[in-house]
Design a protein around this ligand. Structure first.
Ligand SMILES: Cc1ncc(COP(=O)(O)O)c(C=O)c1O
Length: 411
């Protein structure tokens, strides 16, 4: 009998070599020091150019015509909503399984987020549920390329077209992801990204919006700079806030972007290794394979766990055992968004015009989301950067738990 690590045995994944994150490289030090010593720490100071440079390099990387860097991924969505013409009380469809910012940005801009279901095979917005929920009050969709897995644009774009909606692609997780050879973020009106510390392109905090539309880009640029073009002095043509990214962050992001393509290649190779081993374990369900996904970015790596194939061992106890074996896995978000107290009628009611119809979110039940809540096993993108073949330690640890599950059921 092999003793499980939870019961004092040796860790099955002891060799799993996951790098620390984020990483301060020599180039990061060089670029940030340059920005620091330039004493131009804000993009609107004459001669400041790190944020300009990052915008141009990120736009190239994502094949977008325009990019406007902002302070984080949450305000990137707010900016995109404002520039897309969202009016107070407008209804916007959002997936109910995502980080809260996707939906709270809608509410904070005076819109009404309407939650739609998610496909457990992809963790992305379910186009069928979008069709069922669209009404004549719906003005747009904020969808998420969750974990870097692209949304099904073949299904989503015709719905957007048919109903005259705007589409914002929340690509906070998807730096480098591609659908049918086209980088994500450029299918809709705007793509928004986050560069928060845990993301695959990190700067502590930071964000960007991309678009191919010249008019929307101009609007977004005005909105991000308190209602005036960059370099326009004190003439403000619009009431707006300050969403600018600092120069030091711009410099840091230029350095981090240089290593992203190689890192994504390594993550993709490791994902292939992982999937080929996980797919043969009874009760482990990896995301649907889709040839239309031609490149992957990553933030989290998800699969689903079926307790029946582990003699009924609960997902949470399985996670405990997996972590004890040396695999840093988590259950993901603790609540579907419609159960978040922040989306109560009372709270939403404070942000929208009187008489706006507000759904009672706490009564919602979305089966796809609820299945994910019960079965999700989440790893960070950093696990996919594991050295050599040490990634194989993850399926090895899972097999060990499955073969010795009686030790957990007895205890
Ligand atoms: C899907 C998604 N959208 C938006 C955000 C918000 O990004 P930020 O933390 O940079 O504000 C996050 C952050 O984790 C996210 O996961």
């Amino acid at each position: 009998m092999t003793r499980l690590a939870l019961n004092g045995g040796p860790e099955a994944a002891a060799g799993l070599d996951i790098p620390r994150w984020p990483q301060c490289t020599d180039t990061s030090k060089e670029y940030v020091l340059d920005a620091l010593e330039s004493e131009k720490w804000c993009r609107i100071i004459d001669g400041a150019d790190w944020v300009d440079r990052f915008e141009s390099e990120f736009a190239d990387y994502h094949d977008a015509e325009h990019a406007i860097a902002v302070s984080n991924g949450t305000v990137a969505i707010e900016l995109a909503l404002r520039a897309s013409g969202l009016q107070p009380g407008d209804e916007v469809l959002v997936p109910a399984y995502t980080f809260i910012a996707t939906a709270s940005a809608v509410a904070c801009m005076g819109g009404v987020p309407k939650f739609v279901d998610v496909d457990p095979n992809t963790f992305n917005i379910d186009p069928e549920s979008v069709r069922e929920n669209v009404t004549d009050r719906t003005v747009g969709i904020v969808g998420v390329h969750f974990g870097g897995y692209p949304m099904d644009m073949d299904e989503l774009l015709p719905i957007v077209e048919e109903h005259g909606l705007f589409l914002i692609e929340d690509s906070a997780h998807a730096q480098g992801s591609e659908w049918r050879g086209q980088r994500v973020g450029t299918f809709g009106d705007f793509g928004t990204f986050s560069f928060q510390q845990s993301k695959s392109l990190p700067a502590g905090e930071g964000g960007i919006v991309v678009t191919d539309d010249d008019v929307l880009a101009e609007e977004a640029s005005l909105v991000h700079n308190i209602g005036r073009p960059v370099g326009a002095g004190y003439k403000h043509t619009m009431l707006a806030s300050n969403y600018r990214l600092p120069e030091l962050q711009g410099a840091l992001l230029c350095s981090q972007l240089e290593k992203l393509p190689d890192e994504n290649r390594r993550r993709q190779e490791n994902e292939e290794r992982l999937v080929s081993e996980l797919d043969v374990i009874d009760g482990i369900h990896t995301l649907r394979r889709d040839d239309r996904i031609t490149n992957r970015g990553y933030c989290v790596y998800n699969f689903r766990y079926d307790a029946d194939a582990f003699d009924g061992l609960s997902r949470d106890r399985f996670l405990e055992a997996l972590r004890a074996e040396g695999v840093p896995a988590s259950p993901g978000y603790g609540l579907p968004l419609y159960k978040q107290p922040a989306f109560s009628r009372e709270q939403l009611g404070t942000l929208v015009p009187p008489d706006t119809e507000i759904p009672v979110n706490r009564h919602l039940h979305l089966p796809g989301v609820e299945e994910i809540m019960e079965t999700n096993v989440r790893l960070s993108h950093t696990a996919l950067l594991a050295e050599g073949e040490t990634i194989n330690a993850i399926p090895r640890a899972i097999r060990k738990i499955q073969e010795n599950v009686d030790q957990l059921l007895e205890s």
